[in-house]
Design a protein around this ligand. Sequence first.
Ligand SMILES: [Zn+2]
Length: 107
Amino acid sequence: MAKSMTIRKGDRVRVIAGKDKGKESRVLRVNPETQRLVVEHVNMIKKHQRPTNKQPQGGILEVEGTIHASNVMLLCPNCSEPTRVGRRREDGTRIRTCKKCGQDIDK
Ligand SMILES: [Zn+2]
């Protein structure tokens, strides 16, 4: 079973390691199997495209590569600080909480 992730699609995160360290952006995709994320405009990589009729010499496309979940911290929507994530249960659902300000991250 895939480990659940504390970071979810749509979260804002701060990159804390790698070439985009310090950037703050939005999570586009998460992969719980690999614990890797795609974060908007972070870890851009060049992809070579095959030549097509429209572009006979092919092209280079810049797309987001994945980064490991341990390289980002969640930005708390309440206190705007990068934080570790706590959890509590309410009516059977898990709600993420901010370790810095103690408030709920999920409404
Ligand atoms: Zn907070």
